[in-house]
Design a protein around this ligand. Structure first.
Ligand SMILES: Nc1ncnc2c1ncn2[C@@H]1O[C@H](COP(=O)(O)OP(=O)(O)OP(=O)(O)O)[C@@H](O)[C@H]1O
Ligand code: SF4
Ligand SMILES: [Mg+2]
Length: 380
């Protein structure tokens, strides 16, 4: 298939509202959460008596995205790209190094812990390993009831009734109120974590790989529970995962991360049927499609080289050291641009943001059942 190689090729109709530097938060002014150019750098210190900073792990290096009320934003990318750190910074379990985080219109990036306490009700987190996030010495009643005790607005009797109601809602037996985490299976423990997270009716839950540690059959049950709760309470989720099929099931939109930055952000169907960023192309090409005839025709795009260190990321586009397009398609001048200019994450087609100087739609590696992307820019 011949593929377009210039930015204007992804906007063949010349729509003037596209490719004009519009960022994901410019396009979503009313979103529940707006994260603007947020970075989290972990300092590296050396010295025995006097410690001085000799560098930093740039775990998250300027991410911009929005989450709308009631939607699920999937966050995908290979291990170490900064997904969990992004989630923890948004939930304010980590302080951002720089950037702005607007939640319900208020910048929470620099809020003090005391003022943040009120917002704790609205933003909650569910972790990958439910066992390590549940205190083994506390009963389920104590764990799930903790948010109510901190609020100090209910009697013990009222808290018990509330917790048992929550247990029932997430599919646990309310009579197991006095049991300890080790008395539950992995899936049940994740349900406990979910009950604790929804106790105070938050608006946003950051789910950090909530099903990765569970058996496949249990994964579907927990994902379905999360979807039911979302519909019931109008919850928004940031859903961190490395499994693209899980994300495809649950996410409304997906952000693809690489080395602390977002490479592409778009709605789920567009990402899987018309990925635009060379990094997304390689991720998608690794996802098998059920039809063997289509599968045989698909190109498997292997990335060469190791993931660079976030301590010393590549200049310009951080993906250039592994980008197949950079290696095999671009001219010397274009390569120079990739090495020297950081591509901003900006609107390249309707609802589709990419951080690449030379994006192109690759329908040939689409994962969608119907791989046809008629009408998509650049699909010809
Ligand atoms: N507290 C910390 N101190 C120093 N470096 C850290 C710290 N936490 C994370 N990192 C580094 O930041 C980078 C991003 O880590 P993070 O856990 O956010 O990645 P991830 O995408 O969630 O990976 P995984 O898929 O393996 O969970 C990694 O290089 C990691 O080693
Ligand atoms: S900016 Fe250049 S190096 Fe980066 S992804 Fe695009 S083509 Fe590849
Ligand atoms: Mg992680």
């Amino acid at each position: 298939m011949s593929v377009p190689t210039r930015p204007q090729d992804v906007n063949p109709a010349g729509d003037p509202t596209l490719a004009t530097g519009i960022s994901p938060i410019d396009a979503d002014m009313d979103a529940l959460l707006r994260v603007n150019n947020v970075a989290k750098h972990f300092p590296i210190k050396q010295g025995i008596l006097i410690q001085r900073q000799v560098g930093a792990v740039r775990a998250v290096d300027g991410v911009t995205f929005a989450v709308r009320a009631g939607e699920t934003l999937g966050l995908v990318g290979e291990s170490g790209c900064g997904k969990s750190t992004t989630g923890r910074v948004v939930a304010k379990l980590l302080e951002p190094t720089s950037g702005e985080i607007y939640f319900d219109g208020q910048d929470i990036a620099k809020l003090s812990l005391r003022r943040m306490r009120a917002l704790r009700t609205d933003i909650q987190m569910i972790f990958q390993d439910p066992y390590s996030s549940l205190n083994p010495r506390h009963t389920i009643g104590t764990i799930v009831g903790a948010p109510f005790r901190i609020q100090n607005t209910k009697t013990d009797h009222g808290i018990k009734a509330e917790v048992q109601g929550l247990m029932e809602r997430v599919g646990l037996n309310p009579e197991h109120y006095n049991r300890y985490p080790h008395e539950f299976s992995g899936g049940q423990r994740q349900r406990i974590g979910i009950a604790r997270a929804i106790a105070l009716r938050p608006k946003l839950i950051v789910c950090d790989e909530p099903v990765s540690a569970l058996d496949v059959s249990i994964q579907a049950q927990v994902v379905n529970l999360l979807e039911d709760l979302q519909n019931e309470f109008g919850l928004a989720y940031i859903f961190v995962a490395h499994d693209l099929s899980v994300v495809r099931h649950i996410a409304d939109r997906v952000a693809v991360m690489y080395l602390g930055k977002i490479m592409e952000l778009t709605d789920r169907d567009t990402l899987y049927s018309a990925p635009m960023h060379p990094y997304t192309h390689s991720l998608m090409s690794a996802v098998p499609v059920p039809d063997p005839r289509k599968e045989n025709k698909r190109e498997r795009i292997l990335l060469v080289g190791d993931l660079p260190s976030p301590i010393n990321p590549p200049s310009g586009c951080v993906f250039h050291t592994r980008c197949p397009k950079y290696r095999s398609v671009l001219s010397d001048n274009d390569q120079l641009r990739c090495r020297s200019d950081v591509p901003p994450l900006e609107l390249k087609a309707t609802g589709q943001f990419a951080a690449c100087h030379f994006p192109e739609v690759r329908a040939d590696i689409a994962v969608a059942e119907d791989a046809g992307i008629a009408g998509r820019p650049g699909s010809g």
